[in-house]
Ligand binder design. Structure first.
Ligand SMILES: Cc1cc2nc3c(=O)[nH]c(=O)nc-3n(C[C@H](O)[C@H](O)[C@H](O)COP(=O)(O)O)c2cc1C
Length: 288
């Protein structure tokens, strides 16, 4: 099978018996040739600027009018070994250590999946931005009248998942939510760019809207708060329907990818009855 690649910066790896080794640097290839044909190659990683076209992607994916079938899988190679003996006693400290260490290595490490569920247990997930970690938990900001906020109000159980592809790590969090204080939301709201502050007022998040209508709301909000074209700042107060939620964890899991799917998984479970100010945790290794 031939796969033709046209790309600027990627690593191409070959696969032999499930093992992967670096074969070629595509940046070198593109200098000599804009396209090449090789049997049995896979793209394992590519940078954000990568533009690639494939005439045939059977090696990775089969696409037919009615289906997509993904055939290939990444192999994971986190160097670091984690176990209940090597992690920090508190999962928030462990998260802080991991989050800090991926700065500059992972694009948008703050993007996380947030899962909520209705009172009847019907789940829904979406991506939101993790904004703060404090002593109690993980904070994100949103519209308090949105679908997610309605669900959190009727069922305060939430789940978060971070996937940091570049370092082959995942963090999962389960917990109960609480609203952050108005002062915290105000402080964060003030730090947002002007357009985002206007947008927060203009959007009745999760409701059906026409494009012109949404644009109209934005203009109305600009007028209401005296914002003129070219302004880069303005006095836009925090809407009372907008603010932060904190996920206070009862369970946190750290996952580090390893070859042959023998990944490291370390789970923290909050001990029943341990005090909010200094919760105690049971730390265990899970089977991958
Ligand atoms: C990368 C990314 C970051 C996002 N960050 C936020 C966020 O911080 N807060 C938010 O309310 N929505 C954010 N969204 C939009 C949500 O995914 C979602 O569309 C929106 O919150 C409405 O969800 P809901 O109808 O379930 O309440 C983000 C989307 C993406 C793709």
């Amino acid at each position: 099978m031939n796969v033709r690649l046209e790309l600027r910066d990627a690593k191409i790896c070959d696969r032999v018996n499930g093992m992967s080794r670096s074969l070629l640097s595509a940046s070198r290839i593109s200098r000599s040739k804009n396209s090449l044909s090789l049997p049995e190659i896979r793209i394992l990683s590519f940078t954000q600027s990568l533009s690639f076209k494939m005439d045939a992607m059977e090696n990775y994916m089969q696409a037919a009018p009615d289906k997509i079938q993904v055939l290939a899988h990444e192999q994971y190679f986190t160097r670091e070994h984690i176990s209940p003996d090597t992690v920090l006693p508190n999962p928030l400290d462990q998260f802080r250590a991991w989050f800090t260490s991926v700065q500059g290595k992972v694009r948008e490490p703050e993007a996380m999946s947030l899962s909520t569920a209705t009172a009847a247990g019907i789940p829904s997930s979406r991506i939101v931005l993790f904004k703060q970690l404090d002593k109690r938990g993980f904070v994100f900001y949103t519209n308090y009248t949105s679908r997610k906020s309605h669900e959190l109000s009727e069922n305060p159980n939430a789940a978060l998942a971070f996937y940091w592809r570049e370092v082959h790590r995942q963090v999962r969090v389960l917990g109960r939510v609480e609203k952050v204080t108005k002062e915290e939301s105000e402080a964060y709201f003030r730090s947002r760019p002007l357009g985002s502050r206007i947008g927060a007022w203009a959007s009745k998040q999760s409701t059906v809207v026409g494009e012109d209508e949404l644009h109209g709301h934005f203009i109305e909000v600009e007028k209401r708060f005296g914002v003129k074209e070219g302004d880069t700042d303005g006095d836009i107060p925090l809407p009372d329907f907008w603010g932060g939620w904190r996920v206070v964890p009862t369970e946190v899991e750290f996952w580090a990818g390893k070859p042959s799917r023998l990944h490291d998984r370390v789970r923290y479970l909050r001990k029943d009855g341990s005090p909010d100010e200094s919760p105690e945790w049971t730390i265990e290794r899970l089977s991958p």
